[in-house]
Design a protein around this ligand. Structure first.
Ligand code: RIB
Length: 301
């Protein structure tokens, strides 16, 4: 089974702020740092650091070569990443407050310059049973899903950031959804504040799919038909939550690919995410498998 992540690559400009800027307000930031990020890139790095062979497909501008080099150095196959002319690399402006929480403004740039030709060129090398992972930061998603479904690929969708595009996608082809409570609510019209209701009703909306529902400090749930598995978070000193969800996703995909026990997969993913939040930045904060396993070994004895 080959693993393909067709996803975004961003330069993250992270501003430490005393509080998140409100409408009409001007706030002086305390510092600025630049990190390599993008939901797609982060998830590819997490999968590679979790020990998987991963192909990343996506696009940057001429100013994004560092991102491609970073992915390559992380052990991700970058032969499907295009460096485009005349379009800037995607970037974000991230406000990171004193509690470590983030607000993100996204400029898509090259991520939304993905064309049907690029999709065709990548997917021709993948086949039935291979895995496609994608998020909502690139263009041509409907075409990508249609083509992957036609090929019989297993489809994992992280509908983030949530917007109107998502409702127009053929979601019935998705095999796994990775969603938080807000995304789950918007996909279904269920009340995102009603945790029990979400757990009970979500599988009915996507009867074919398995669902990973992440609830921040309240942990996560794996839902598969009647089966419900809860995974609490591991406590950590939170410095920066950026890429915590991506780390969780990437590490959980490891257990899907290796056919490992779901409970073990969730536990490993939660441990990995706890390390990510204790570090600054996106992709560089994602831990290697050995570091994550170490936390398991030390807590066991
Ligand atoms: O999930 C975190 C990522 O979301 C950041 O790295 C940023 O680039 C945005 O895509």
């Amino acid at each position: 089974m080959k693993v393909l992540n067709f996803g975004s690559m961003n330069i993250d400009y992270v501003y430490k702020v005393p509080h998140t800027v409100a409408r009409g307000e001007t706030v002086s930031s305390l510092s600025r740092e630049t990190f390599i990020g993008g939901k797609g890139l982060n998830q590819s790095v997490a999968m590679a650091r979790a020990g998987l062979d991963v192909y990343h497909a996506g696009a940057v501008g001429q100013d994004g070569k560092d991102l491609v080099n970073f992915l390559g150095a992380a052990g991700v196959n970058i032969s499907y990443v295009e460096i485009l002319e005349n379009v800037p690399t995607g970037h974000t402006v991230i406000q990171n407050d004193l509690e470590g929480d983030n607000s993100i403004l996204l400029f898509s740039g090259a991520n939304r310059a993905i064309t049907p030709r690029m999709v065709d060129q990548v997917l021709k090398d993948f086949e039935q049973g291979d895995l496609l992972i994608f998020q909502n930061e690139i263009s041509q998603l409907a075409y990508l899903v249609e083509c992957a479904h036609e090929k019989g690929m297993t489809i994992i969708f992280n509908p983030s950031p949530m917007d109107q595009i998502i409702k127009s996608l053929p979601l019935e082809y998705v095999d796994y959804f990775f969603v938080n409570e807000i995304e789950a609510g918007q996909l279904t019209n269920l009340n995102p504040m009603d945790e029990k209701g979400l757990i009970r009703e979500l599988p009915g909306y996507f009867p074919k799919a398995r669902i990973l529902l992440t609830l921040g400090a309240r942990g996560s749930y794996y839902l598969e038909g009647e089966r419900v598995i809860h995974q609490p978070i591991y406590p950590a000193r939170v410095l920066d939550t950026t890429a915590a969800g991506d780390t969780f996703s990437g590490y959980f995909i490891r257990s899907i690919v290796l056919g490992e026990d779901i409970k073990k997969g969730l536990d490993l993913a939660a441990r990995a995410a706890a390390i990510t939040v204790s570090r600054r930045g996106a992709a560089p904060s994602i831990p290697f498998l050995e570091e994550v396993v170490d936390t398991r070994d030390s807590s066991q004895g």
